[in-house]
Design a protein around this ligand. Sequence first.
Ligand SMILES: Cc1cc2nc3c(=O)[nH]c(=O)nc-3n(C[C@H](O)[C@H](O)[C@H](O)COP(=O)(O)O)c2cc1C
Length: 199
Amino acid sequence: MSTFVELVEKRRSVYVLGTDSQYSKKEITDRIREVVKQVPTAFNSQTTRVVVLFDEANNKFWDHIYDVQKDILEGDMWDLMSGVMTGAKNGIGTVLFFEDLDAAKKMPTQGTRTEAYKQNNNANAQYAVWLALAEIGLGASLQHFNIGYEQGFDKATREMFNLPETYEMIAQMPFGSVEQEIGEKEHIDADVQVKVFDK
Ligand SMILES: Cc1cc2nc3c(=O)[nH]c(=O)nc-3n(C[C@H](O)[C@H](O)[C@H](O)COP(=O)(O)O)c2cc1C
């Protein structure tokens, strides 16, 4: 099996995070920068913007998410997701994924196609960063708290880090050392997932 396929298999959602890593903040950040730079985007539009949070910035961000979400989530969902929010503060940091709406507007498309390309661009970056973190032994998960540019849900995050108004928050990826057992994952039939024809 190729090293790449092994890496793809190694990447999993990790929620119980720690700070046990030999990699410095600079090494992690350099790696994220390099990967995001190489990610393909529709028309090479490079619409994705990434913000990496460590230490106080990470705590401040997750305290804010917690404060907002405690009034939104209820019951089982709160029990499940509040652990993700507090757990994110136990890790090393968080990668925030944005799309720059000014850059997205410059694509030679409109409407739902622009929206699809914007989301696809961002997803490519999310997955590449997730793999890059997994390769250096770091666990991460993908979260979608406080997203909703039109509704203003991500405004406070922009203000917190003095980000341009055109940045739409798409996802968050808290990361750190892996402090949990990773369970088996169910897979659908491979023949349903991938079909092959040669005539
Ligand atoms: C588009 C997308 C959205 C996701 N959203 C969330 C989320 O909001 N919260 C969460 O905990 N996991 C989220 N996940 C993680 C999936 O639940 C997870 O990847 C899936 O169950 C497979 O598990 P694995 O990551 O361990 O392979 C998301 C994954 C994708 C690809």
